[in-house]
Design a protein around this ligand. Structure first.
Ligand code: ZN
Ligand code: ZN
Length: 286
């Protein structure tokens, strides 16, 4: 029986308040509205940014929320006006959107997009399609992949080949793309050069506290470059399918980073493995 147009009740790991373990809850996921897509999340990686929001600095993003931004899944239904996706498509949700028509998307200097939900954090609450126990649940980074189903705007989603293994390529939704892209897109220099005083480039990736990143002004005055890299500088919608193909042609490594695979229910254990250095990446299967 089709679930299109209906509220779906499903399992999600909810972060009710900062510094408390996630709890598995039944949430309601509303149908997609215009230009939105609802997908069944099949697998999701656990990233340090999820942990950071929960335990170190996430108050400004608000709670309760569903974390997770490194997922892969299958389209369940689409809202009015969606033409690029249909039920059954394999997809990767994107925390950096690519609408392909805003001034930032039309520029080759950046991979940011003004339609990104995370440009205005209020969107994560006002546009959330999640509720639980009568409360709106914030959709972290617009993606919320620690849930069996999620809803994303169509410009924050990309289609990948049917043959792609979702429990592997989910890592291309954040971690591997961010690290690889920071090296080849943003730094564009070798590791050796980046140590040079006059023209080294240091790239900051991931979410960090201001207190964790400091430099002596003299380093910059002398010619070093200090840049941020968001999602590795990739134009997300067009680049992620290429990265998936590169993985499937064995040009980039993904499997080697996955040290643990476990069910969603063990998400707190996955955090523990990550912060104690026992895992590189854990993939949660729904
Ligand atoms: Zn991440
Ligand atoms: Zn755009």
């Amino acid at each position: 029986m089709s679930t299109a147009g209906k509220v779906i009740k499903c399992k999600a790991a909810v972060a009710w308040e900062p510094k408390k373990p996630l709890t598995i809850e039944e949430i309601e996921v509303a149908p997609p509205q215009a230009h939105e897509v609802r997908l069944k999340v099949v697998a999701t990686g656990v990233c340090h940014s999820d942990y950071y929001i929960l335990y170190e600095g996430g108050k400004e993003y608000g709670f309760p929320c569903v974390l997770g931004h490194e997922g892969a899944g299958i389209v369940e239904s689409v809202g009015p006006g969606v033409t690029r996706f249909k039920p059954g498509d394999k997809v990767i949700p994107l925390f950096v959107s690519q609408c392909a028509e805003c001034p930032l998307c039309l520029s080759d200097k950046t991979n940011q997009c003004v339609k990104n939900w995370t440009v205005d954090e209020k969107n994560m609450k006002s546009k959330s399609r999640f509720t639980c126990k009568g409360k709106v649940i914030i959709q972290f980074m617009g993606t919320s992949t620690f849930s069996e189903y999620t809803v994303v705007p169509e410009e924050a989603l990309t289609k990948i080949p049917d043959s792609a293994p979702l429990d592997k390529v989910c890592l291309l939704g954040c971690g591997i793309s961010t690290g690889y892209g920071a090296a080849i897109n943003t730094a564009k220099r070798s590791a050796l050069e980046s140590t040079k005083r006059a023209w080294g480039v240091s790239v900051i990736v991931g979410w960090v506290d201001v207190k964790d990143v400091s430099t002596k002004p003299v380093d910059l005055i002398c010619g070093r470059t200090w840049k941020g890299s968001y999602f590795g500088g990739w134009k997300s919608v067009q680049s992620v399918p290429k990265l998936v193909s590169d993985y499937m042609e064995k040009k980039i490594k993904v499997d080697e980073f996955i040290t643990h695979t476990m069910p969603l229910e063990k998400v707190n254990e996955a955090f523990e493995l990550m912060v104690t250095g026992k895992s590189i990446r854990t993939v949660l299967k729904m």
